[in-house]
Design a protein around this ligand. Structure first.
Ligand SMILES: NC(=O)c1ccc[n+]([C@@H]2O[C@H](COP(=O)([O-])OP(=O)(O)OC[C@H]3O[C@@H](n4cnc5c(N)ncnc54)[C@H](OP(=O)(O)O)[C@@H]3O)[C@@H](O)[C@H]2O)c1
Length: 335
């Protein structure tokens, strides 16, 4: 049987993914001791993977070697197993490849068997998935957000941001969302009760935030760059920045300068903490009951920006990187 997969041939410049990756086909590999073969139903498009497609060696993960299969999260069924903890038919999520079939070593792939009884299995990439764990840790532990405080979230209409907004709202915070374009801002206010929105493509962020009484207590940052510089002078004294992502810089081959307003970390006695959810995968059992309860009561939801077909993966990925998406970008690769 053949397996279609995306191969990284060179590191993309900007968004020229078509020039950098190609769809290939090869016979399915044999499954060796300790390995599991997963037939994917859905693939997750994650912003952080953009950095794996650069030559930078100072990221939280080494770059993918050229010629490798593109790596990414997949969700599907075990079709062959040589691992004692996994049986044929198990529903599994883990780091595999942009492929119809992913051959993984579960311990290295952060792979776990997941609940096949929920109505919409895609939510294992949504409110029950790693973006949700990231949002939960960032808001409650790193940001230590408390009821009544002002929480600011960037890339607020994307997967991680939308979850961070909802979690902050659920614990009683006043949420301000930064997103690109009026449609996303309207969506955040009307569908997700985000108290205030800032369209970073049009509004003067620094000016808008300057009017927030008491300043921003917690900034959940997905973006970095000029938006972070606009936020820093508007943080509350002793405010906290949960540094989740730096999407504005991921396509650069070299680290970027900044933040320009680094001084404000001292002037406002801020705590800035970077965090990376793969460091805490084993803690998912702690987060799941609360996330599940919010899901069951409708207090945590995730819309999907879904593309169909393995051949359309790059289209889906570009949608996410260029901000065409609202919610979680996934690819349906079922037959
Ligand atoms: N630390 C962790 O463990 C962890 C885990 C998961 C995700 N993350 C981070 O979370 C962030 C979001 O990732 P995601 O996978 O959930 O993707 P996503 O938010 O669903 O999609 C990315 C969003 O980023 C926004 N964006 C793109 N370029 C931008 C720019 N230059 N300035 C401002 N906004 C920009 C776009 O929305 P607009 O239309 O609003 O521009 C787009 O919708 C990334 O930084 C990612 O690395 C971190």
């Amino acid at each position: 049987m053949q397996n279609r997969y995306w191969r990284l041939n060179r590191y993309p410049q900007g968004i020229d993914f078509d020039q950098a990756l190609s769809l290939e086909s090869e016979p399915l590999p044999p499954v060796s001791e300790g390995e599991v073969l997963i037939r994917a139903d859905w693939l997750s498009m994650d912003a952080g993977t953009r950095m794996w497609m650069t030559p930078r060696t100072d990221g939280y993960q080494p770059p993918l070697p050229l010629g490798a299969k593109m790596a990414g999260l997949c969700l599907g069924r075990v079709v062959e197993t040589a691992h004692p903890d996994f049986e044929k038919g198990d529903l599994v999520r883990g780091f595999g490849q942009w492929a119809e079939y992913s051959l993984i070593k579960p311990e290295l792939a952060g792979a776990a068997k997941i609940d096949a009884s929920i109505d919409d299995l895609r939510q294992h990439f949504g409110v029950l998935g790693m973006n949700a764990w990231t949002a939960y840790v960032g808001i409650t532990e790193i940001g230590q957000a408390k009821a009544g405080q002002t929480v600011l979230v960037s890339a607020a209409a994307g997967a991680t941001g939308l979850l961070a907004c909802q979690i902050a709202r659920n614990i009683g915070c006043q949420v301000i969302g930064i997103a690109g374009g009026p449609e996303k801002c309207k969506f955040l206010k009307e569908r997700y009760d985000v108290a205030q929105t800032i369209d970073y493509r049009r509004d003067n962020i620094e000016e808008v935030l300057g009017k927030v009484e008491g300043g921003v207590h917690v900034y959940f940052d997905n973006v970095g760059g000029p938006i972070l510089d606009a936020v820093l002078p508007n943080m509350a004294l002793y405010g906290r920045i949960a540094l989740c992502g730096l999407i504005s810089t991921y396509d650069r081959d070299k680290p970027s300068a900044g933040p320009m307003r680094f001084d404000q970390i001292l002037m406002r006695r801020l705590t800035v903490t970077g965090f990376f959810i793969p460091d805490s995968l084993e803690r998912s059992v702690e987060f799941m009951p609360r996330l599940r309860a919010w899901m069951d009561t409708g207090q945590l939801t995730m819309p999907f920006d879904q593309t169909t077909g393995i051949e359309n993966v790059l289209r889906a990925y570009s949608r996410m990187i260029t901000g065409k998406n609202i919610g979680k970008v996934i690819v349906d690769v079922r037959d």
